[in-house]
Design a binder for this molecule. Structure first.
Ligand code: RB5
Length: 148
């Protein structure tokens, strides 16, 4: 819709909290309306409690894309991928983030908050958000992910 800010959901546990806050501010600065699913401190929490609500919202079509984080990125990705039509990709460099959109039509980017530099994560987020799915030969492959 015209002049409406792009809504982007983001969620993390304590392991991804600091990077989430960094990314949230960067996203706000470039005009995103960031929907924060928590967590809201460094206190220890269980990542599924933040990740499932975000993934459910993406699965329901409320948001086209989302960003999730935990310490390794693995727990967050595993929880998110339990949801229908969610394709969460764990990425740790720019090319992986680009390919996740281009070839896998990933709709959630999972970041390892304790293992990569914050600035690199920001570059990855921008690439993820600004790369379109290539379709073509990848369309059938992506369709088959949910057919088993
Ligand atoms: C929390 O200590 C850590 O286990 C979590 O952030 C994540 O890495 C799990 O996969």
């Amino acid at each position: 819709m015209k002049n409406e800010k792009k809504k982007l959901p983001i969620a993390s546990d304590h392991g991804g909290y600091e990077m989430k806050e960094f990314l949230r501010k960067k996203l706000l600065a470039v005009g995103y309306e960031v929907v924060d699913f928590g967590t809201d401190s460094l206190d220890s929490v269980d990542y599924p409690d933040m990740i499932h609500p975000l993934a459910e919202a993406v699965s329901a079509g409320k948001y086209p894309l989302g960003i999730i984080l935990c310490g390794s990125g693995n727990g967050a990705q595993l929880a998110a991928n339990k949801h229908r039509a969610v394709r969460a990709a764990l990425c740790w460099d720019i090319e992986l983030a680009r390919l996740a959109r281009l070839h896998n039509d990933a709709n959630i980017l999972s970041l390892p908050g304790r293992f990569i530099a914050f600035e690199l994560a920001w570059e990855m987020v921008q690439v993820f958000l600004n790369t379109e799915f290539e379709g073509g030969r990848h369309q059938q492959r992506v369709r088959k992910i949910e057919q088993f």
